[in-house]
Design a protein around this ligand. Structure first.
Ligand SMILES: *[C@@H]1O[C@H](CO)[C@@H](O)[C@H](O)[C@H]1NC(C)=O
Ligand SMILES: *[C@@H]1O[C@H](CO)[C@@H](O)[C@H](O)[C@H]1NC(C)=O
Ligand SMILES: *[C@@H]1O[C@H](CO)[C@@H](O)[C@H](O)[C@H]1NC(C)=O
Ligand SMILES: *[C@@H]1O[C@H](CO)[C@@H](O)[C@H](O)[C@H]1NC(C)=O
Ligand SMILES: *[C@@H]1O[C@H](CO)[C@@H](O)[C@H](O)[C@H]1NC(C)=O
Ligand SMILES: *[C@@H]1O[C@H](CO)[C@@H](O)[C@H](O)[C@H]1NC(C)=O
Length: 360
C-alpha cells in the first residue's frame, strides 16, 4: 500500500485505511494504488468530447478525418487522428483511454455516480488562458473557471457516495492533469478561495505548459520570412510560451511553500520537449515532416480544417507527421510528449515526473 497523502490527516490513519478498503470494494477495485484516478482539465489538447455537448461551439472536431486512427475510425471530438495527450498520459498508467467528459457522464444519472469514481475529463477545446478570445472565436467553450465549478459538483457527488473521509482520501490520491489553464487556476486559487481545486481536495497536479505554438502550421502561415521555401515560426508566440513556462514554474514553487508542501506537482516543460522534437524530428520520433499539417488544405495544409466535406489532403502515414491539423499534434507526437511527462527527468519535468507524482 502506497503512503497516504500528507494531506490526509495522519491521525485518521486507521479509519482511513479501513474506509479506503471499503471504498475499493465500492468502486470495484478499479484503481490500485499504482493506478491513480484522473481528473483532467484544460483545452483542446485534452478534450475528449466535451465540446460535442455544446450546441453553439465552433471549437469542435467530431467529424472525419479526425479520429481516423481511433477505434473504428470514429471522430470522438478529440482534436487528433487518434488518442490525444490526455489519453496518452493515462494509457501509461494502464488505462485504455481518458475518462469520459463530464458533460457526457452527467447525461446519464443512473451511471453517473459510479462513473465519476473512475475519473472525469472536463477539458474543453478553446478554453484556457485566452478565455475571452476563446469565447469570441468559438462562441461557446467551458472556461477553466467553469470546469472547476463542474468539478465542485463532482466532488460533492463523490462525497455523497463515499462519505467525507474516504472522499478526501480518494481525491488526495487522484491526479489532476491540467494543460494550459494554469493562469486561471492560480487566479482562481487567489481570488476565489471557496472554489479552487486545492480547497476541493486536490493535492497532486500534473501540469503541462504551452508548446511552441508559434511553430504550428497555422502560426507559420503568418510569417512571411521563408527559409528553403518554408515559413519560419512566429517568434513572438514562442517567446510568450517560453515566458509562460518560467512564470508557471515559479508560481508552482511558491504555491508549494504557501500550502505547506501539501500541494504536490509535476510540471512538464512541453515547450522545450516539443522544440527538441521539432529541431530533430527524424531522431526524436522518426518523423518525416515537422512543419506541415497532415490533414487540411492550402499552404502547409493549414488554410482549411481537416473536414472531410471540404476534401482536404490527408497524409497516408500519420506517424510521419508532428502536426495532425493546423493546430494540433498527431497521436504519435502526443504519445512522445506523454512518455516524457511520465518518465522524463529534470529540467524537462520538475521537480519529479508524473509516475513519481502518482507514487508519492
Ligand atoms: C462565454 O459565452 C457564454 C455564452 O456564449 C457565456 O455564458 C459565458 O459567460 C462566456 N464566458 C466568458 C468567460 O466570457
Ligand atoms: C451531484 O451533485 C449536484 C450538486 O449537489 C446535484 O445537483 C446532482 O443531482 C448530483 N448528481 C447526482 C447524480 O446525484
Ligand atoms: C519568421 O521566421 C524567421 C526565421 O525563423 C524569424 O527569424 C522571424 O523572427 C519570424 N518572423 C516573425 C514575425 O515571427
Ligand atoms: C509510418 O511511419 C513511421 C514513422 O516514420 C514508421 O515507423 C512506420 O513504419 C510507417 N508505417 C507504414 C505502414 O509505412
Ligand atoms: C465541414 O464542411 C462542410 C462543407 O463545407 C460544412 O457544411 C460543415 O459545416 C463543416 N463542418 C464543420 C464542423 O466545420
Ligand atoms: C521518472 O520516472 C521513471 C519511471 O517511473 C523513474 O524510474 C525515474 O527515476 C524518474 N526519473 C527521474 C529523474 O525522476
Amino acid at each position: 500500500m502506497a503512503k497516504l497523502c500528507s494531506s490526509c490527516n495522519l491521525l485518521l490513519l486507521v479509519p482511513l485505511l479501513f474506509i479506503s478498503a471499503l471504498g475499493a470494494l465500492q468502486y470495484s477495485g478499479a484503481n490500485s494504488d499504482q493506478t491513480p484516478v484522473f481528473f483532467i482539465f484544460g483545452d483542446s489538447t485534452f478534450d475528449v468530447g466535451t465540446n460535442n455537448n455544446l450546441l453553439n461551439s465552433g471549437a469542435k472536431s467530431n467529424f472525419p478525418y479526425n479520429g481516423i486512427d481511433f477505434a473504428n475510425s470514429t471522430p470522438t471530438g478529440r482534436f487528433s487522428n487518434g488518442f490525444n495527450t490526455a489519453d496518452q498520459i493515462v494509457r501509461l498508467f494502464g488505462y485504455e483511454k481518458s475518462p469520459q467528459p463530464y458533460l457526457t457522464l452527467v447525461q446519464d444519472p443512473s451511471t453517473f455516480k459510479t462513473n465519476i469514481l473512475h475519473g472525469v475529463n472536463f477539458a474543453s477545446g478553446g478554453a484556457g488562458i485566452l478565455d475571452a478570445t476563446g469565447n469570441q472565436t468559438y462562441g461557446e467553450v467551458v472556461s477553466m473557471g467553469q470546469q472547476v465549478q463542474q468539478f465542485q459538483l463532482v466532488q460533492g457527488n463523490i462525497t455523497e457516495v463515499l462519505g467525507p473521509d474516504a472522499a478526501a482520501h480518494f481525491l488526495c490520491k487522484s491526479l489532476f492533469l491540467i494543460s494550459i489553464g494554469s493562469n486561471d487556476i492560480f487566479d482562481h486559487y487567489r481570488y476565489n478561495r471557496d472554489t479552487n481545486l486545492f480547497n476541493l481536495g486536490a493535492r497532486k497536479f500534473g501540469i503541462v505548459s504551452i508548446p511552441p505554438i508559434g511553430c504550428c502550421p497555422y502560426a507559420r502561415l503568418q510569417n512571411t520570412t521563408t527559409t528553403g521555401g518554408l515559413p519560419g515560426c512566429l517568434t513572438e508566440l514562442n517567446d510568450d510560451a517560453q515566458a509562460f513556462q518560467l512564470m508557471v514554474a515559479s508560481l508552482l514553487e511558491g504555491l508549494k511553500y504557501e500550502l505547506n508542501h501539501e500541494f504536490k506537482y509535476s510540471l512538464g516543460d512541453v515547450y522545450t520537449m516539443t522544440n527538441i522534437m521539432l529541431g530533430n524530428p527524424g531522431k526524436f520520433g522518426g518523423f518525416k515532416d515537422a512543419v506541415m499539417a497532415c490533414c487540411g488544405k492550402g499552404q502547409l495544409n493549414a488554410k482549411k480544417p481537416c473536414n472531410i466535406s471540404e476534401n482536404p489532403n490527408l497524409c497516408p502515414n500519420r506517424s510521419e507527421y508532428v502536426f495532425w491539423d493546423m493546430f494540433h499534434p498527431t497521436e504519435h507526437a502526443a504519445g512522445l510528449v506523454a512518455e516524457t511527462l511520465y518518465d522524463g527527468f529534470s529540467p524537462i519535468v520538475v521537480p519529479m515526473n508524473f509516475s513519481q507524482l502518482a507514487q508519492i
